[in-house]
Design a protein around this ligand. Structure first.
Ligand code: 1CP
Length: 314
């Protein structure tokens, strides 16, 4: 969860010298370097490739920019052009990401460690493409009115997300995480069509390559149902989810949950809350992680303290 984020001075230095975030994501050497930075500091067990879920709309021909203090800004949606996208041209545009994965996997820091590749889930990608900015705080359901075009767009998105997953695996990703960060914005009646079915397709595809799939459906109303239908290998939870209920309801591996805000408080409060998750999942298969990204004003020493707490837990 944003290990490489804005809290590390060594990341901030690179970022300050590279103001265009998309270009930075498409810089093989720098994105590989950023990926391993947290591994040099902390005793963590895996790395996640430095990239972004919005590289897919970019590779489909939609303009994508990140504006300071605003977030992502997408260009007009030219569906005619998007529907014509060829696999070869899509892969060529994302080639630096695949190069970065390959380079990273070969680095000494990754020895005996997993490298997580990732995609946005079809619904989350669709909503960014239609909304052209963060859908935070917006009622986006009415935008689904132009159903025929949206159905076609969803199909194209799924097709290219599979291609993106396949190429990340081919170049060394050993796990795929699927981020459905905006699952919580959709009306439950639309889950089947926009969340369950499309995500299941990506999970099945990933599993068919013998690679585990981790799903993060933030804000979904029923985790048990989601797990039963989508069947990921691991379910990743955010900090609004009751871990106790999850531990009772769900039998697959659970990941994450801790509110990243606890990294901003005292060590004592952090310890109590870390222990809460570890105790609840003591007799279950659990991967410790946060419930969302590390916040920019986090002190790296607190992350180090957290990792040690988890490693020394008994
Ligand atoms: O320095 C900066 O300003 C950039 C901050 C940043 C970073 C470090 C963004 C902008 N993206 C990333 C990298 C990133 N994004 C990774 C790489 C691994 C890592 O550093 O941990 C990953 C896995 C993502 C995934 C991502 N991007 C998601 C899904 C996870 C989540 O946060 O829910 C989403 C929704 C995005 C879109 C995105 N990228 C960045 C921003 C500001 C946003 C928009 C968020 C929003 O709409 O509110």
């Amino acid at each position: 969860m944003r290990q490489a984020g804005r809290y590390l001075p060594e990341f901030r230095k690179i970022r300050a010298e590279n103001l265009d975030f998309m270009k930075l994501c498409l810089n093989e050497n720098l994105s590989s370097e950023i990926t391993v930075q947290p591994l040099r500091r902390f005793e963590i067990d895996a790395a996640i490739i430095f990239s972004d879920i919005l590289l897919v709309p970019y590779a489909l021909g939609q303009n994508v920019k990140f504006k300071k203090d605003y977030g992502p800004m997408l260009g007009n949606l030219n569906t005619k052009q998007i529907f014509k996208t060829e696999e070869k041209e899509f892969i060529a545009k994302l080639n630096p990401v695949y190069g970065a994965i390959k380079k990273t996997k070969e680095k000494k820091e990754l020895k005996n460690k997993d490298l997580i590749g990732f995609v946005g889930a079809p619904w989350t990608i669709l909503i960014y493409m239609l909304n052209k900015k963060s859908p935070k705080n917006e009622d986006i359901n009415p935008n689904l009115k132009d159903e025929k075009i949206i159905d076609e767009l969803l199909k194209i998105i799924i097709k290219f997300l599979k291609i993106h997953i396949e190429n990340q695996i081919k170049n060394g990703a050993t796990i795929i995480q699927i981020f459905d960060s905006w699952a919580g914005l959709l009306d439950v009646k639309n889950y089947e069509k926009y969340i369950y079915e499309p995500t299941k397709e990506l999970v099945d595809f990933t599993k068919s390559k013998n690679i585990p799939a981790i799903c993060f459906p933030k804000g979904i109303n029923d985790y048990k149902k989601y797990v039963n239908i989508v069947k990921p290998d691991v379910i990743s939870i955010d900090y609004n989810v009751d871990p106790k209920k999850i531990s009772e309801d769900i039998d697959i591996v659970v990941q994450g949950g801790l509110n990243p805000n606890f990294l901003l408080g005292s060590k004592q409060e952090l310890e109590i809350n870390v222990k809460k998750y570890l105790d609840i999942f003591k007799n279950k298969h659990y991967i410790f992680n946060l419930g969302h990204g590390v916040l920019p004003n986090t002190n790296p020493n607190m992350v180090d303290y957290l990792v040690k707490l988890v490693k020394n837990y008994s």
